[in-house]
Design a protein around this ligand. Structure first.
Ligand code: C5P
Length: 232
């Protein structure tokens, strides 16, 4: 299993992103493009960042009827991204359709990950509003197992849930975890955080890091520190 640090490019415009990426002269970090940037700039931002030599996690969290997700995934596979995701709540049928749409004619495809439950959803709200009566750990585990059954490559989850997912789905099922903070940095709006080193020891394969790198006085130094603490 690969281990890498993925920088969350949470910027409002292409101009801000390029100014940030221009700081990296000696390395090409794996980056995450989310809804804000994708909806603002369109597919062209993906092509441009890819042309600069970065690996890309396109974080659009698809969730619709299977046929629609399959067609959308087919379009995304042509963008040559390395990782995409969807909501496991869309059912095993939807996840299978997504995988089919994502697979290119030559048999290659980006890694496909499932979101189990968003880390912003508390157990209380999940049970009261969504009427899911199971506990949060049982729900995350069950959704991860559904993703495994559908043939997906892994899940996006809290670093606190990575060990549980590995135990339920095996060591080759990837865990991609946001909510990472250095021991000496602010938590911002993340309530449950882990350091890069603890995340690695807890079973994370990829960590997604935003503000501790993007808002650092020296983002390149912060990125290198993150890689050193996580990958060693
Ligand atoms: O700045 P920070 O390190 O908190 O950024 C984390 C990134 O991971 C953001 O892009 C955020 O949207 C994303 N994310 C998250 N929690 C999830 C899923 C995605 O923080 N459960």
């Amino acid at each position: 299993m690969n281990h890498d640090v993925i920088i969350a490019l949470d910027f409002p415009s292409a101009q801000d992103v390029y100014a940030f990426l221009d700081r990296f002269q000696d390395e090409k970090p794996f980056v995450k493009i989310g809804m804000e940037l994708f909806y603002a700039e369109g597919p062209e931002i993906v092509r441009q960042i890819k042309a600069r030599g970065h690996k890309i996690f396109l974080d659009l969290k698809l969730h619709d009827i299977p046929n629609t997700v399959k067609s959308a995934m087919r379009v995304l596979s042509r963008l040559d991204v390395d990782m995409v995701n969807l909501h496991a709540a869309g059912t095993i049928d939807m996840m299978r359709a997504a995988l089919e749409g994502l697979t290119r004619e030559d048999g290659t495809r980006p890694l496909l990950l499932a979101v189990t439950q968003l880390t912003s959803t508390s157990e209380e709200r999940m049970q009261k509003e969504l009427l899911i009566s199971a506990s949060m750990p049982d729900t995350v585990k069950h959704y991860a197992q559904n993703a495994l059954q559908a043939g997906l490559d892994g899940v996006v989850c809290s670093p606190l849930e990575a060990a549980l997912v590995k135990e339920a789905c095996g060591p080759n099922f990837a865990t991609v975890t946001p909510g990472i903070r250095f021991a000496d940095s602010a938590a911002d709006d993340q309530s449950r955080v882990m350091t890069p080193e603890k995340a690695r020891l807890g079973g994370s394969d990829y960590i997604v890091v935003g503000r501790p790198i993007t808002k650092a006085a020296d983002p390149v130094a912060a990125y290198r520190r993150c890689v050193k603490e996580f990958v060693g």
